[in-house]
Design a protein around this ligand. Structure first.
Ligand code: TYM
Length: 334
């Protein structure tokens, strides 16, 4: 029987532990898609080498990240989990798409500009090509939907442009994917500097809640989150970015709309009980994930078997697409 479910594909760079932004902006919404879609989740380990890194850390983080995916609810019997570097096709397709991508478009990418500022002169060409590899990740599997946080929107727009460009130049080949960006949780900000995105590379690690943090640490980080000199819990991202971020975290963690979350705290005249409630909600969400993660992390045999299954499935799909793309691109196939 032909599986007619739509294809969902997305990934995370295994550059460290997953944080609350990854969880609320990405992984939690993926979990809710598992039964409705044909879901492919991968670890973007080739993207992870576009910034300075240590190979032994990458290896460890990659396997840890697989355990964290599963702990977050990505049940490998109902979806596929694989590593980008284990599939032949991502970098092959990247090259073909790269030959259709104007350099100027890559130089204007917000993430490229931000990250290249951080590394200065030593910025590598891989960082410039990062969005093309991401487009290849998506188009290789004919994904219909790509669930991501707000920061990846520009990359999905490029992916759509490239799919249309290739289809127009060489005949319809790729599905033009849609981004899926949740209404809450799409942009979780740093707890100590709520005008910046929560990010594992934050110099102040009190800004970042990890899914491996203990309950005590989570509470401490949330209770010390920067707010403002007021005392009413209202949603005003421009004037009260800290409170707006905590409301967003609360709503996304409890899967509520923002207006329902705001309603819950109407009438409070101190931030303390609000912060306690946010901490309780985040702990209730992360505690079972951390417990599952700790059990899974040492079961290497199981993690490798999940990746092996994912790899067989993904490689079959990738082979089909690469054969088609190469034929349409004019490469000899005898
Ligand atoms: P990465 O590893 O930076 O982030 C993984 C996912 O988490 C989301 N995210 C956030 N969401 C809300 N608030 C935050 N503070 C926050 N920080 C991160 C990201 O939007 C992302 O959805 N380029 C991708 C990985 C990738 C990919 C792909 C994704 C490579 N190829 C193909 C989708 C499809 C990235 O860097 O994710």
């Amino acid at each position: 029987m032909v599986d007619s479910k739509k294809i969902v594909l997305t990934g995370v760079q295994p550059t460290g532990k997953l944080h609350l932004g990854n969880l609320l902006g990405a992984v939690s919404s993926w979990e809710r898609m598992i039964d409705e879609y044909d879901c492919l989740f991968f670890l973007a380990d080739q993207h992870a080498i576009t910034m300075p890194y240590v190979p032994a850390d990458l290896r460890k983080n990659t396997l840890d990240c697989v355990a964290q995916y599963i702990a977050c609810g990505l049940d490998p019997t109902r979806c596929k989990i694989f590593l980008q570097s284990q599939i032949i096709g991502h970098t092959e397709l990247m090259w073909v798409l790269g030959c259709l991508t104007p350099i100027g478009q890559l130089e204007r990418m917000t993430q490229f500009k931000d990250k290249s500022k951080k590394v200065g002169e030593s910025v590598c060409s891989g960082l410039l090509f990062y969005p093309v590899l991401m487009a290849a990740d998506i188009l290789l599997y004919n994904a219909d939907l790509v669930p991501v946080g707000e920061d990846q929107k520009q990359h999905i727009e490029l992916t759509r442009d490239l799919a249309i460009k290739f289809n127009n130049a060489f005949s319809p080949t790729f599905t033009v994917p849609e981004p899926y960006i949740g209404s809450t949780g799409a942009r979780i900000m740093a707890l100590q500097s709520p005008s910046n995105k929560m990010s594992k590379s934050d110099a102040n690690q009190n800004s970042v809640v990890y899914i491996t943090d203990t309950d005590d640490i989570i509470r401490k980080k949330l209770m010390s989150a920067v707010t403002d000199s007021g005392n009413s819990v209202t949603y005003d991202p421009d004037n009260k970015p800290g409170i707006a971020n905590l409301l967003n975290i609360y709503a996304a963690t409890k899967n509520l709309s923002l207006s329902v979350a705001v309603e819950e705290f109407a009438g409070l005249s101190s931030y303390q009980p609000f912060k306690q409630a946010v901490a309780d909600a985040v702990i209730a969400k992360i505690h079972p994930i951390r417990e599952r993660y700790l059990q899974l992390a040492n079961d290497k045999e199981y993690l490798y078997s999940v990746l092996h299954d994912g790899r067989l499935d993904a490689q079959k799909r990738a082979n089909r697409m690469i054969a088609k793309v190469y034929r349409k691109s004019g490469f000899v196939n005898e």
